[in-house]
Design a protein around this ligand. Structure first.
Ligand code: F6P
Length: 363
């Protein structure tokens, strides 16, 4: 049967989204002769009229290697709880019914949604309202349940690892401590994997609360062994034991009201004042989400996109595609909305890191 499919990219952008859009649209057109419509700016595009564009084969040519998303994205609005501020008070409205009406008006048979846990939770809710939805995992944080990897993670780890490699030379030359703050609000995957890849000495992740004493002890121990510099990687959601993460900004009207950031600065200040060793901080921020995707992210995006179209062809909706081992599988969409996938504190990666002498600030 001829289908009209819609596709949107929700949440924070990441490298590999264009490869995913290309895979979905090309295989929908090539293999089934379906029609594709791109919804602009994530779920926001389904709340205002006219925020969509038809996608032809040519529209998705030449985008494989580009970062960002040609459709735009947004993490500001959850249609189930749209926030508006008036006279200093935040009003919350459920506008999910409007989203469903727009999808019907556009004549979409299936909605393809790429997102992390926030977007997938919305997608699952929209699916429960009767819209056939297929999810495709993306987020540099790699914290979506059910999948070993999400699109964007490999690029973010590659960027962070390269940045740490570059900071190491100055750390060595000047005998400094270099603190690198990377993204990761609730899960420390980027910090952990870039830390392992670049041979960082101390890695601070949200899953393992740390103490400043322990970090300083590790730095001083290295000094006594003649290693005059130390690399510390801190996820933005890392926090000292018994404390809350450092909040950079609050945006009351956003679906994600808290922006983290600043732990690198705090750690730097504490190390310098406790040890007297010159300590500098670098915050990688959105650099981790920008630019060309790695080959691995392009290929993962392509496999996810193709499998999502196959599922739609099989009449299987209310699912998301996921990587498990070496296989792309289909999982119930509601599973993606059941909380995030954190770093297991006694898992293989943490054990490997400890075995090669990395510290987590809780020793
Ligand atoms: O979820 C991806 C992510 O990059 C997080 O690591 C980070 O905390 C957040 O998005 C930042 O979002 P924004 O770009 O909206 O500030």
């Amino acid at each position: 049967m001829n289908k009209r499919i819609g596709i949107l990219t929700g949440g924070g952008d990441c490298p590999g989204l264009n490869a995913l859009i290309r895979a979905v649209v090309k295989s929908a057109i090539n293999e089934h002769g379906w029609e594709a419509v791109g919804i602009l700016d994530g779920f926001e595009g389904l709340l205002w009229p006219g925020r969509y564009t038809k996608l032809s084969y040519d529209d998705v040519s030449e985008i494989l290697t580009t970062g960002g998303t040609i459709l735009g994205s947004s993490n500001r609005i959850n249609p189930f709880a749209v926030k508006e501020e008036k006279d200093g008070r935040v009003r919350i409205t459920d506008r999910s019914g409007e989203v469903v009406r727009v999808i019907k008006r556009l004549g979409l048979d299936v909605l393809f949604v790429s997102g992390g846990d926030g977007t997938m939770t919305i997608a699952s809710g929209i699916n429960a309202l009767g819209v056939p939805v297929i999810g495709m995992p993306k987020t540099i944080d790699n914290d979506l349940r059910g999948t070993d990897f999400t699109i964007g993670f490999d690029t973010a780890v590659t960027i962070a690892s390269e940045a740490i490699d570059r900071l190491r030379t100055t750390a060595q030359s000047h005998h400094r401590v270099m603190v690198v703050e990377v993204m990761g609000r609730n899960a420390g995957w980027i910090a952990l994997e870039s830390g392992i890849a670049s041979g960082a000495d101390v890695v601070l992740i949200p899953e393992i609360p740390f103490s400043f004493e322990s970090i300083c002890k590790a730095i001083e121990l290295r000094r006594r062994k003649g290693r005059l510099y130390t690399i510390v990687v801190a996820a933005e959601g890392a926090r000292p034991l018994g404390e809350k993460p450092v909040v950079r900004r609050e945006v009351k009207t956003s679906a994600e009201p808290i922006r983290l950031g600043g732990i690198g600065e705090v750690v730097t200040h504490e190390i310098e004042s406790r040890t007297g060793i010159e300590t500098r901080v670098t915050v990688l921020g959105h650099v981790q989400r920008g630019g060309t995707p790695t080959a691995r992210d392009r290929n993962l995006a392509t496999l996810f996109g193709i499998e999502a179209v196959r599922a739609a062809h099989d009449g299987k909706t209310g699912i998301y595609v996921a990587l498990k081992g070496n296989k792309i599988t289909r999982l119930p969409l509601r599973q993606a909305a059941q909380g995030i996938r954190r770093v297991p504190v006694n898992g293989l990666e943490v054990q490997a890191a400890r075995a090669i002498g990395m510290r987590f600030g809780n020793e």
